[in-house]
Design a protein around this ligand. Structure first.
Ligand code: ATP
Length: 295
């Protein structure tokens, strides 16, 4: 394994315009993740997050540049890279068990039916769908469908998990439970994960690195934020950590202000050497007391 398990090297995505010419969604995008790292990409709608994820998944191709995974340029999709979509993308004629067992059997073609079902059941249980094995997608709520999608992706134990706002349609309680589950499983298995989210707290809980994208078209990766919170952080205690507000304010300030002005105000930005920042709480300098200031 290489230190840069995923390496996005100078990719661009351009689309032809109906009236001629092209629109550049983003260009000269460089970013990398080490084995086992969890990266979240944050940016406003339309900056190209899903496009980057689709290119990583092999579902789309960059107009320029390459994606290297474990030392090899990717070409097309692979069972080593599982995607959890915003929409559930389940096979409607299959049951919960059927959907997951189908993915398991695609990965381990020599496994017999019993082994496939036992393996699938483990992941059905993990996402809290025990008892719903025989239901079809039309009989499930949105949150339950998303759990099936998550169980299906986890069940093939891919080296890379790609997640496009996987929790956005869920109620807060289910979202929290599944965030915990995904974090536990990815830490346990050492999976490298790339996730899109609009939820700053979710990124702070899950990610080791947070990639901040400016607004599109012509979006750029402005900054890589290293998460200063301890690796063994718990979701419910996140806000108690001294670095919590420094990190949160940094990201929100970027989204509210700097994502719009970054390109104009940072003309010397080098896309190959994107600044890495680690926002932390620092004690405010002690003010001299009135007594000592008067001396
Ligand atoms: N097939 C296409 N043809 C032309 N433009 C496209 C095509 N697919 C995507 N785009 C454009 O590319 C841009 C980036 O889309 P993308 O879905 O990657 O953005 P995003 O950052 O994921 O947005 P959101 O947060 O809303 O999901 C958008 O402006 C979109 O209109």
């Amino acid at each position: 394994m290489t230190a840069r398990f995923i390496s996005i090297e100078g990719i661009a995505r351009r689309y032809p315009q109906p009236a001629g010419g092209t629109t550049t969604i983003f260009e000269d995008l460089w970013l990398s993740l080490a084995p086992g790292e969890f990266g979240c990409i944050i940016g406003h709608s339309g900056c190209g997050k899903t496009t980057v994820l689709n290119i990583l998944a092999g579902l789309d191709e960059p107009s320029e540049g390459t994606v290297i995974v474990d030392g090899q340029a990717i070409s097309g999709t692979s069972l080593d890279r599982a995607v959890i979509f915003q929409s559930h993308a389940l096979l409607p004629w299959m049951t919960v068990m059927g959907n997951i067992a189908y993915a398991v059997s695609s990965k381990w073609r020599k496994w017999d039916k019993a082994k496939i079902r036992t393996h699938a059941q483990t992941f059905i249980d993990k996402v809290g769908l025990t008892g719903s094995e025989h239901k079809r997608p039309s009989e499930l709520s949105g949150g339950m469908k998303q759990r099936v999608g998550i169980a299906r992706a986890l069940s093939i134990t891919p080296k890379i998990m790609l997640m496009d706002e996987p929790f956005s349609a869920l109620d807060a309680l289910t979202r929290g439970t599944l965030q915990d589950e995904v974090r536990r499983v990815t830490l346990e298995t050492g999976q490298t994960t790339f996730m899109i989210t609009h939820d700053v707290d979710e990124a702070m809980y899950l990610a080791d690195k947070i990639f901040l994208m400016t607004n599109g078209p012509g979006a750029v990766l402005a900054e890589i934020v290293e998460n200063p919170l301890p690796k063994d952080r718990a979701r419910i205690d996140l806000h108690k950590h001294p670095h919590y507000y420094a990190l949160r304010n940094h990201i929100i300030d970027f989204l509210v202000t700097r994502s719009k002005t970054f390109t104009a105000t940072t003309p010397d930005h080098d896309p190959r050497n994107v600044p890495v920042v680690r926002p932390t709480f620092t004690e405010a300098p002690t003010m001299p007391s009135l007594h000592s200031a008067a001396r």
